[in-house]
Ligand binder design. Sequence first.
Ligand SMILES: [Fe+2]
Ligand SMILES: [Fe+2]
Length: 241
Amino acid sequence: MQASVDEISDGIYRISMFLPHVQPPIGFTFNQFLVLADEPLLFHCGHRKLFPLVSAAVARILPLERLRWISFGHLEADECGAMNEWLAASPRAQIVHGVVGARVSIDDMADRPARVLPDGTVLELGGRRVRFIDTPHVPHGWDAGVIYEEETATLFCSDLFAHGGNGPAITASDILAPAIAAPGAAMSLTPNTAPLIHRLSKLAPRTLAVMHGSSFTGDAGAALAGLADHYASCLRSALRE
Ligand SMILES: [Fe+2]
Ligand SMILES: [Fe+2]
């Protein structure tokens, strides 16, 4: 088994693990993203048990010692299980996360202190700018957040648009229908779900870096608006029952 590596946007790499036994019969991907810059950033650490494979793939792009920032959407094994393995392999690296994730969990779980960024803060990477956006309970967990790289207009949207199979690294085909058709148990549904996703759509991203499934290039703002409308409709249906 080996992770695949693809550049999905200028200087942004997708490191993908395909696990056929997850969500059979089509399988499921777990994707990490590397943003190249003066201070490179890894988004999603991956599972602790997959660290040897994921780190070997990242090392094909840059020496692990060069990694400066490690981040992820929320506290969950696929997002951050390997956080301490990364800290050990990359002595200059620091975890960076929102207030809730850092104060509730990372301060205790991580082997080095995290840098804490309040909602809307921009992290300068040197040649790239990454905005941290709190999205509590979207997709799930009160520590949830996403990041947005402003130069390439890439939204790292965590579990939003998750879909199964082992499709291309990036697609311009419709991404909304596969996401809606996928099992939705992982998505929290609250009165804030649709408004928060509509807020993300206003960023008008050109690329969606999707954690599970193909990434997307095209009118990502419209795709996000469609996803928000879908969840608004799901919530109305649930309240009627
Ligand atoms: Fe998740
Ligand atoms: Fe995930």
